[in-house]
Design a protein around this ligand. Sequence first.
Ligand code: GLN
Length: 449
Amino acid sequence: VSAEALTKDTIENIKKTDEKLNAWITVKDDAKPAENLDFEANKLAGIPIAIKDNIITNGIKTTAASHMLYNYMPMYDATVISKLKRAQATLVGKTNMDEFAMGSSTEHSYYGPTHNPWNLDKVPGGSSGGSAAAVASGQIVAALGSDTGGSIRQPAAFNGIFGIKPTYGRVSRWGLIAFGSSLDQIGVMSKRVKDSAEVLNVISGPDEHDSTVSEKEVPDFTSFIGQDIKGLRVAVPKEYMSDAVDEGVRQAVQDQIEVLKQAGAIINEVSLPHTKYVVPDYYIIASSEASSNLQRYDGIRYGYRAKDTKNLLDVYVKSRSEGFGEEVKRRIMLGSFALSAGAYDRFFRQAAKVRTLICDDFDKIFKDNDVIVGPTTTTPAFGIGEEISDPIKMYNNDILTISANLAGIPAASVPAGLVDGMPVGLQIMAKRFDEGSIFKTADFIERSN
Ligand code: GLN
């Protein structure tokens, strides 16, 4: 098929299927492939790609699923978007998400929840739930997501697809709407592991607009596809296989570990002793950074402005009250408190210290191991409406994914079979800038299933 026909079919199919899923906020009806496609030089030439709606796209509305940005039309591209355009990929639209990427279910969206294509009564996970549902349902071959505490890996697991959060500093965050700046990272989701490797090849690497991106050379991630894993040292943290994880999920993960072992991997039981602190630690740090990052939405500079206001303070208060959803307000309050003079030492400073301990746990394990594996989530996808009224329960869902963000290490989720008819994921983590070992392991698992 021609790239034109592919683009047209893709958009028509999205329109036809998205009524049920609500995976998209904006579909670009007039999307066209780049001119003079060079299939030799560009693996992504003419390939339609979906973009999470917290990544800035020139001339395409970018809302972060917030009322606050319901009319925000950017005048520039995020670095990852410029890179995709240079690689001649076709952007066909923006996907649904939890507002400002705060959530684990895509229920916190101003545009309504996304449904899981495996079972429409279940959540697709979040916050990159739209990207995951779009890929899993076959609407699109690959999508960009963002991951601050699991937002790529958890929805990948819930939808039976692959998703990778690269090392902090591998991909530019310029043009990613900031949530927790020391944790945020853009990554890729696709059915096939190799497709994510192709996209990550394109979006990685230094950027003059983001000084936190490493100058390190970016390897060709597809070179890790198709390798054998004999001698691979695989650590399994005992905290990730405890009875806090559903029996079915544990069994599915154990089966995959067995597959690795049969192929000659060396399996080592290890411990991540600070796992019990990661949820409170993350929610203090992420919310503190969010409360600072979200100060810019004041009703003056961006997006939504309340009507019938009496004075400047009234503009701020009313615009923010009406523009932000419940969960975002909760995070701003939590973060402002943790950073306040009276609480800083007991909360933010303490959380920063605990973060160091969590990093140390990983460093120790990676001295003798190439990858860490375990479940991505404690359960398969839960029902829509089931956890939305219990934030603590929702936060606890993230216990297995947020450590990787706190430590800045790369981590991915690869399908590990079904539990009660719903997909679950095997999480694979590696040391900083060693996405290669993740691709190698994930591709092996994919080929074995
Ligand atoms: N679920 C986590 C949160 O609500 C992580 C979100 C994310 O990775 N963007 O903060």
